[in-house]
Ligand binder design. Structure first.
Ligand SMILES: [Zn+2]
Length: 201
């Protein structure tokens, strides 16, 4: 039967030292292993990972990644690459926080205008399918007929103003939903949206 060293399973998730001991206690309690066993069957790995994710919130030491007071799982400090919030990436941390803020505000529809193909791709990747995300790019026909319905559809709209974007487009993108983001990073956009959500939530 295929199996894996339990230490390997734990270190893949960032459980080291004392954290690994706590994780082992949890796996024993859940009947997924028992004291003295060093390997775990491959078929059990997914269940074990799920049990550990459900029991612990793995966070790095950045203040933005510390678990919220509402968190019910046991906090466990790990290296940044295993942090559930940032995974070692500032973009991911900022987008995760934006997603939480949007959820709290009851919003799911974000329109983004401008940005480079690279930053748009990164934003899309980080949001995955947890957000309804649409873009106005330089390929969008810059007129009211095309842009106004997108703005109407959105609950919040952010313009990356430092990137190439037609004047005709920005002329349509006006009103209380619209945010202007002057820095061209994913972090800047995510933080601006998050701030806007905090106002309504
Ligand atoms: Zn982190």
């Amino acid at each position: 039967m295929d199996d894996l060293a339990i230490s390997e399973l734990l270190s893949r998730l960032g459980f080291e030292g004392e954290g690994a001991e706590k994780a082992l206690v949890r796996l024993c309690r859940d009947g997924l292993t028992r004291p003295g066993k060093t390997r775990i069957a491959t078929v059990k790995i997914e269940t074990a990972e799920r049990a550990l994710r459900a029991a612990f919130v793995r966070h790095c030491r950045k203040s933005a990644c510390l678990p919220s007071p509402r968190e019910t799982r046991e906090p466990l400090p790990v290296s940044a690459v295993h942090c559930e919030t940032c995974g070692g990436s500032d973009n991911r941390r900022a987008v995760e926080q934006m997603l939480v803020a949007m959820q709290r505000a009851g919003w799911t529809k974000l329109l983004v205008a401008g940005g480079s193909p690279g930053t748009r791709r990164e934003l899309q990747r980080l949001c995955a399918d947890r957000l309804d995300l649409r873009f106005v790019t330089d390929e969008t026909t810059p007129n009211r007929k095309t842009v106004a319905p997108l703005l109407n559809w959105s609950e919040v709209a952010a313009i990356w103003t430092s990137t190439e974007i037609s004047h005709k487009t920005t002329a349509v993108l006006r009103g209380p939903k619209v945010l202007k983001v002057s820095r061209r990073s994913v972090v800047a956009l995510a933080e601006a949206v998050q701030e806007r959500c905090a106002i309504v939530a």
